[in-house]
Ligand binder design. Structure first.
Ligand code: BYC
Ligand code: FE
Ligand code: FE
Length: 475
């Protein structure tokens, strides 16, 4: 396989879809349902406009150079697997370590694999639903374009999981594929599976925080699934990771631009009251960091998890960069240090590494989150401003795992429910913060112009100038 994508089919692909008539038929019959979902729950209003989007034409690096104006419903959603470069690829961890990777699903692992794929797949359309109304308040054309780029790629991630379900899980897979279009973010009766994907993304600060913190969970989960012994899943996720980098870039640079604007105003006017000048103050940014970080750390599951241990032992889901870890890759009796709640205190304990797989991935994730926060703090420090953004303690504001029954401050102090209720809006955005941020959200569509609360990016997309027509808004 060369990685070349066949674009002559209804469904672009590099899997020789034409040779598998059953699969092709199943996907083609899902296609109109997907399009209906996309038009009903995807980006509001702008579907008939031409957007400067990037489309994958092959799965190697050069294949990413394809940019052009397309209407979103004409985006070529397709099925791409990373190249099968490794001959004689072997399983890297768990009980089956050293055996050949699987091209088909072993019967005994059908249930857990299906569940992992469905959970992954569910997040993709959920995020599109969460971001549906944001274009109406886009701070610039280039930001609106970035939103739509993220949206079409998340929809393609849905295709990626639907392909796996239909190719490998028969009738059950087809049913799951239908259900992926039926659950709805935030719906009381048919919610999306994971917590963060039922939260609202009401404004652009939330969007940037989401793409920084929540898409980063995507990076870590996909990287773990890219280790899977089930090779089609591994190669699918490997390719998805190349798209994920852009989503996190949108988030990191988005937040950086908000910080930069606040710092410029603080310096120029010698004031902390940047709200007076229509920007977002750093304490409010900190609250948004606290919220999105805590909701996203929940996505790693419980600290001690037999689910995760089983996935690992069975070879279904590995650790981040499994092959670079220096151990037996089976975790027969290895320790791992975790924070636990014991006798009224948060304490570090050594526990079994095997049941701590989720926590280990969360640790990798937190370290990665911190690196971007450090870069944000550099902008603040370079402006000569005395303020440091921090990640809250991992026990802060949790809904999943051992900390979910506790009330913990961002610095890690245990407090009682009463104090939490009284003071939590010092740490999390409250109604007045949301209201203020919302009041700033006014659409700017003149090419090269930006809303008051955000600095322009340093670069345009694909070397285009900032005042390029990233969207053609006229009919
Ligand atoms: N919300 O034993 P545990 C992305 C449930 S993001 C609600 O720890 P496990 C993207 C759990 O299901 C990446 N429920 O579970 C980003 C279990 O339920 P049961 C998404 C939760 O399985 C931005 C119970 O609690 N991909 O791609 O070890 C935009 C006990 O938990 C939550 C994946 O997640 C929660 N947060 O770990 C677009 C990869 N957490 O069995 C896209 C696939 C846990 O008691 N999923 N529960 O009914 C997994 O690997 C695992 O399902 C999890 C959970 C890591 C999520
Ligand atoms: Fe995704
Ligand atoms: Fe993403």
């Amino acid at each position: 396989m060369t990685g070349e994508v066949n674009y002559s089919d209804l469904i672009p692909n590099n899997i020789d879809l034409g040779a598998d008539r059953r699969l092709k038929r199943a996907l083609e019959s899902w296609h109109p349902k997907f399009m209906h979902w996309w038009k009903t729950y995807g980006p509001d209003e702008y579907q008939d406009k031409e957007v400067y989007l990037r489309t994958a034409v092959s799965v190697d690096k050069a294949g990413w150079a394809q940019f052009g104006h397309v209407k979103m419903p004409d985006y070529r959603w397709g099925i791409f697997l990373a190249d099968n470069t490794q001959q004689d690829k072997r399983i890297g961890f768990g009980d089956h370590k050293g055996e050949k990777v699987w091209q088909d699903v072993p019967g005994e692992f059908r249930g857990p694999l299906r569940r992992l794929i469905v959970t992954q797949g569910d997040t993709e359309p959920a995020s599109v639903e969460q971001q549906r109304i944001l274009a109406a308040t886009a701070p610039s054309l280039v930001d609106m374009r970035n939103l739509f780029q993220v949206n079409v790629e998340e929809a393609r991630h849905l295709w990626a999981m639907v392909y796996l379900l239909m190719a490998h899980f028969g009738r059950d897979g087809r049913e799951e594929a239908e259900d992926l279009l039926k659950r709805r973010s935030g719906d009381a009766d048919k919610p999306r599976i994971l917590g963060a994907f039922n939260e609202a993304t009401p404004d652009w600060l939330s969007f940037f925080m989401f793409t920084y913190f929540t898409d980063r969970d995507g990076k870590y989960q996909l990287a773990s699934l890219a280790e899977s012994a089930f090779d089609p899943l591994a190669r699918t996720c490997q390719f998805m990771l190349t798209e994920e980098a852009h989503h996190m870039y949108v988030g990191e640079t988005g937040v950086a631009r908000v910080i930069q604007k606040a710092c410029e105003i603080m310096r120029e006017h010698r004031t902390d009251d940047v709200r007076h000048y229509g920007a977002i103050d750093l304490p409010t940014l900190q609250k948004y960091v606290n919220f999105h970080f805590s909701v996203s750390t929940d996505l790693f599951g419980a600290e001690q998890s037999t689910n995760a241990a089983n996935y690992f032992t069975q070879g279904l889901k590995g650790r981040y960069q499994e092959s670079r870890i220096d151990d037996d890759h089976q975790l027969k009796d290895q320790p791992y240090r975790v924070i636990q709640f014991d006798a009224g205190q948060l304490v570090e304990r050594e526990v079994a590494a095997l049941t701590s797989i989720n926590e280990r991935l969360r640790d990798d994730y937190i370290a990665d989150c911190q690196r971007g926060v450090d870069r944000w703090n550099k902008i603040i420090a370079e402006a000569g401003i005395d303020f440091v953004l921090t990640l809250p303690h991992r026990a802060f504001h949790r809904q999943i795992g051992i900390f979910s029954d506790l009330h913990v401050t961002p610095s890690g102090a245990l407090i009682d429910a009463e104090r939490w209720a009284r003071e939590c809006h010092q740490w999390l955005p409250g109604p007045s913060d949301h209201e203020y941020v919302k009041s700033l959200m006014q659409q700017v569509t003149e090419p090269g112009k930006f809303a008051s609360w955000i600095a322009p990016p340093r670069l345009g997309i694909n070397n285009q100038p900032l005042d390029f027509a990233y969207l053609k808004l006229a009919h």
